[in-house]
Ligand binder design. Structure first.
Ligand code: ZN
Length: 68
């Protein structure tokens, strides 16, 4: 079972196949638009923080807010 956790609502997000880094998806629970930032393990982040990311291979941005 491929799954990750929504950074917004902590709901499980399941995948039928390994998602690509940079792939976008929508959380079925809170409808946040998310993007895959890592595959091992699968990690999700908010997609709207990088509306157009040309160099996805280099992940050097600081982490976004994760609640408090
Ligand atoms: Zn969610």
């Amino acid at each position: 079972m491929l799954k990750s956790v929504c950074p917004e609502c902590d709901a499980d997000v399941r995948f039928t196949s390994m998602p690509k880094v940079g792939q976008r998806l929508t959380c079925s629970t809170c409808h946040s638009v998310l993007t895959v930032i890592d595959q091992h393990p699968i990690e999700l982040d908010w997609a709207f923080l990088e509306p157009f990311e040309a160099s996805i291979s280099n992940n050097r941005r600081p982490p976004p807010k994760r609640g408090v």
